[in-house]
Design a protein around this ligand. Structure first.
Ligand code: ZN
Ligand code: FE
Length: 255
């Protein structure tokens, strides 16, 4: 391995991540729910923070930034489209832009839906994608600002990444996501067995994030609107994928 990827639990159910490039020693932090646990991790590992990559403007992803920067000055990266609502950025990026971290490079994807201007950072060299509240383990973010077609577009971009990509999402919502997933995809044996694994992990306090894209493709209903079983359950055999996705999102909102 030429890098380290560290998951840091923050607040009650958020995750931040540290990505460390061995060769250059550069370190990126993805989202800042709160400063304390992130500072502790940096100090424990003796790492110097280089960059902060923000995914979207919600308080539980940015609130720790000012406090963190007082002890760990770093270059702040975020969406150009959301500059007005994000903390002050040193680098404003849009879909297609690249962000360099030593020998690693992140590709910026626009994954609007949860918010408009939500971005993801795909790092091919580390086989991971920081998706925050777009694609989540067994779920996807609630549509606070965007529309269902917009979120479905975002899901399709992420579905095209290599199947062994690690999806580093922003929250530990997986156990409740599993309960919902089973209502729309009850006969999916991969989902049933993942749901059991999730309960076992949570009983031991083990994070279920990150998760592999291949696993999400097999079990996450928000990536599976084309699935005949889900369509049969919903009575939407002839609908478009976007329509089935929108229905699943609506059912989840009311679950
Ligand atoms: Zn959010
Ligand atoms: Fe969030």
């Amino acid at each position: 391995m030429t890098f380290d990827l560290i998951t840091i639990p923050c607040l009650s159910d958020n995750y931040a991540f540290l990505l460390h490039d061995h060769e250059s020693g550069e370190v990126a932090l993805i989202d800042v729910p709160e400063a304390g646990p992130i500072k502790a991790e940096l100090v424990k590992r003796g790492w110097t923070l280089s960059q902060v990559w923000l995914t979207h403007h919600h308080w539980d992803h940015v609130d720790g930034l000012a406090d963190l920067l007082t002890d760990h000055p770093a270059k702040v990266v975020g969406a150009k489209a959301d500059e007005g609502r994000l903390p002050k950025l040193d680098l404003a990026v849009s879909e297609g832009d690249r962000v360099t971290l030593g020998t690693l490079e992140a590709q910026v994807l626009d994954v609007s839906g949860h918010t408009v201007g939500h971005i993801a950072y795909y790092v091919p060299g580390a086989q991971c994608c920081f998706t925050a509240d777009s694609l989540m383990a067994l779920g996807c973010g609630r549509l606070f600002e965007g529309t269902a077609p917009q979120m479905w577009d975002s899901m399709q971009k992420l579905m095209k990444l290599p199947a062994d990509t690690l999806i580093c999402s922003g929250h530990e919502y997986t156990a409740s996501n599993a309960k919902f997933a089973l209502t729309v995809d009850p006969r999916n044996t991969a989902l049933i067995s993942r749901s059991n694994d999730i309960d076992a992990a949570r009983n031991k306090g083990v994070p279920t994030v990150p998760s592999q894209l291949s696993t999400e493709l097999e079990t996450n209903p928000f990536l599976r609107p084309a699935d005949p079983g889900i369509r049969a359950t919903l009575g939407m055999k002839d609908a478009s994928d976007a329509e089935v996705f929108a229905e699943i999102r609506k059912l989840k909102d009311n679950f």
